[in-house]
Design a protein around this ligand. Structure first.
Ligand code: IPM
Ligand code: MG
Length: 357
């Protein structure tokens, strides 16, 4: 029987609640599909700071690196916002991405028919949207040096560096090109080449690779225009290729096309080694511990883990079908609640998902 070792990182806020739901579903679905999952929970983020003083204990990173796949819920709490940067929860997450060398972040955005009226955009704009944001995850301004704060001429200055090596652009662009060949074959690379040198390099490298992927239609778009086009006519996009910061911003925007960021999963991958799978949403400290969270993005992240990380496509299909089924039956968490639907908490939603398997 196939066996997979999964590290679970519940993290902060709503993290433990949605992790409990995902774990139950993974246990159920693995039994039905004849493979075994072993789970090991590790601390990260604020809960790790409370337990160990560090947002990413060395033991957590080591466990993740030697797992078959890692499923992370969410990190962060306003309680830690005043700590020095190296002690904050977010630094733990960035350290995990860097430490596992996960340079490619895939964020699929697909409209669920049952939720079409949950979006703040008109039905005719979003119907049929099916796009994928491919975000570079271990470079760019998030990691660029030099950075910091200095006193200069009686003033204080804060600065970061947006920098990409050609090799970094090439490896993320190849991921996006490869995926585009398996989708509709359209790749839109997003940059700010009208202003930034780093973006001009980005654009030149994408253009240099384009001839080797003759079946992919390549276009370039400035990030400000991309932000506008995402709400004006999102159907024009198939694969969006972006750097770290632009991808962070555009993926939240794209998430809202679906009505709730509580629906969107993501996968972070390196060239080898285990992948990290996590919802796009954060830890939602305002509703933490109240059984109000939407566990669906976490469940869909678990499905991505099964499909991409563990090669268990049949089980992944089943989890995704369960989400569709429960939504079609009218069950909703608070973030998606609409007239005529049945309102459920996080745990009860988990039970409905289990029944729907
Ligand atoms: C995301 C988040 C993170 C990021 C934060 C929590 C550091 O917003 O995964 O999109 O900026 O990458
Ligand atoms: Mg973000």
């Amino acid at each position: 029987m196939a066996q997979h070792r999964v590290v679970l990182l519940p993290g902060d806020g709503i993290g433990p609640e949605i992790t409990a739901v995902a774990r139950q579903l993974l246990e159920a679905v693995s039994k039905r599909h004849g493979f075994e999952l072993s789970f090991e929970e590790q601390p990260i983020g604020g809960s790790a700071i409370d337990a160990t003083g560090e947002p990413l204990p060395a033991s957590t990173l080591a466990a993740c690196r030697s797992a078959d796949a890692v499923l992370l819920a969410a990190i962060g709490s306003p309680r830690f916002d005043t700590l020095p940067r190296e002690k904050r929860p977010e630094t733990g997450l960035l350290g995990l991405r860097a430490g596992m060398e996960l340079f490619a972040n895939l964020r699929p955005v697909k409209i669920v028919q049952a939720l079409i009226d949950a979006s703040s955009l008109k039905r005719e704009v979003i119907e049929g949207v099916d796009l994928l944001v491919v975000r570079e995850l271990t470079g760019g301004i998030y990691f660029g040096q030099p950075k910091g704060r200095i006193e200069a001429d009686g003033d204080e200055r804060g600065f970061n560096t947006m920098t990409y090596a050609a090799s970094e652009v090439d490896r993320i662009a190849r991921v996006a090109f490869d995926i585009a060949t398996q989708r509709q074959g359209r790749l839109c690379s997003v940059d700010k080449a009208n202003v930034l040198d780093v973006s001009q390099l980005w654009r030149d490298r994408v253009d240099a690779l384009a001839p080797t992927y003759s079946e992919v239609e390549v276009s370039h778009m400035y990030v400000d225009n991309a932000a506008m086009q995402l709400v004006r006519d999102p159907r024009q996009f198939d694969v969006l290729l972006t750097g770290n910061l632009f991808g962070d911003i555009l993926s939240d925007e794209a998430a809202m096309l679906t009505g709730s960021i509580g629906m969107l999963p993501s996968a972070s991958l390196g060239s080898d080694g285990p992948g990290l799978f996590e919802p796009v949403h954060g830890s939602a400290p305002d509703i933490a511990g109240q059984d109000k969270a939407n566990p669906m993005a976490m469940v869909l992240s678990a499905a991505m883990m099964l499909r991409i990380g563990l090669n268990q496509a049949g089980a992944a299909d089943e989890l995704e079908a369960a989400v569709d089924k429960v939504l079609a039956a009218g069950f909703r968490t608070g973030d998606l609640m609409a007239d005529g639907c049945i309102s459920l908490g996080c745990a009860a939603m988990g039970q409905e998902l289990l029944k729907a398997l």
